[in-house]
Design a protein around this ligand. Structure first.
Ligand code: SAM
Length: 278
């Protein structure tokens, strides 16, 4: 049963941190002339209306992009991320927010490839319609893990794989651990970015331990929490576990989060640290 719709949550603080890390990694991959592949395992709808009924019902974007989009940042990656959002809102009103595949489409060169899987019967056609004219794209109405088997390794031997499930079911945490091992065995050169929510601290640490337990080397953990830990009160923050991070990523994110954290919340806190050595 797929009840999760990202349109209720688009642009919230968790999207901000996720997409900031995505932009930082893509910026790095774009420095080389050689084409690369972006793979999005849980792609969502790609583009979200923030004035629509679903976003307005929760107003979650006001915890994230709503506080930021007019800000002039010092951090280059933070400014680049804000510029991407502005590109979709040229009239000076925050009406649209880009999902992860749209961010990739805005940033990548025509020679880079984009592949994505999205299972939801309503979100998939919205996503696919945005890629009909793009060459080097493959957008499948497919389960994420089947998508890894069908599409990895890609033609290009460099890339970013974003793993961003809704974690609605407890089993999804274990699915991510298995999914990462599967994808890594097929495409070990790629950078992997796994998003996770912070809801209950002990459960987060158990998940992180399970990811470390895969034996995969070179993992960086980036976490941003606008609220202090609590249990039973919903998501207080989120993080990204990055495998094979660009060597610049830790410093880039420390600088960006030092600037971002007080903008989003006076109680905000972040951490960036190497979890497993190269
Ligand atoms: N990555 C998107 C972004 O940042 O804009 C948001 C993705 S949202 C958090 C998770 C998506 O995964 C939902 O659109 C949901 O329909 C989809 N989904 C859930 N289970 C899936 C599965 N097994 N395979 C592929 N997609 C799945």
């Amino acid at each position: 049963m797929l009840s999760y719709r990202h349109s209720f949550h688009a642009g919230n603080h968790a999207d901000v941190i996720k997409h900031l890390v995505q932009v930082a990694i893509l910026d790095y991959l774009l420095q080389k002339d050689k084409p690369f592949c972006y793979h999005d395992s849980h792609a969502g709808a790609g583009l979200y209306s923030l004035l629509g009924e679903q976003a307005q019902k929760t107003s979650e974007y006001q915890t994230g992009i709503g506080k930021l989009w007019q800000y002039q940042a010092q951090s280059p990656v933070l400014q680049h991320y804000i510029e991407l959002v502005k590109q979709l809102n040229p009239d000076g009103e925050l009406a649209f927010y880009p999902g992860s595949p749209k961010i990739a489409a805005l940033m990548l060169r025509a020679t880079d490839s984009i592949q994505a899987s999205e299972l939801h019967p309503s979100d998939y056609p919205i996503l696919a319609s945005q890629f009909v004219r793009r060459r080097h794209s493959r957008i499948e109405n497919m389960d994420a893990w089947a998508g890894f088997k069908a599409m990895l390794p890609p033609l290009h031997k460099r890339g970013l794989v974003l793993i961003d499930p809704p974690y609605e079911l407890k089993t999804e945490y274990q699915d991510v651990v298995h999914g990462l091992s599967l994808a890594y065995s097929r495409f070990p050169q790629a950078t992997y970015a796994i998003w996770y929510p912070v809801i209950e601290r002990a459960a987060v640490e158990a998940f992180i331990s399970a990811l470390v337990g895969t034996g995969i080397k070179d993992m960086l953990r980036i976490e941003y929490c606008p609220l202090p830990d609590s249990s039973g009160f919903g998501m207080t923050g989120s993080g990204m576990l990055v495998v094979n991070p660009p060597y610049t990523l830790a410093d880039t994110m420390r600088t960006a989060l030092t600037e971002l954290s007080p903008l989003l919340s006076p109680q905000g806190d972040f951490s960036v640290h190497q979890l497993v050595a190269e």
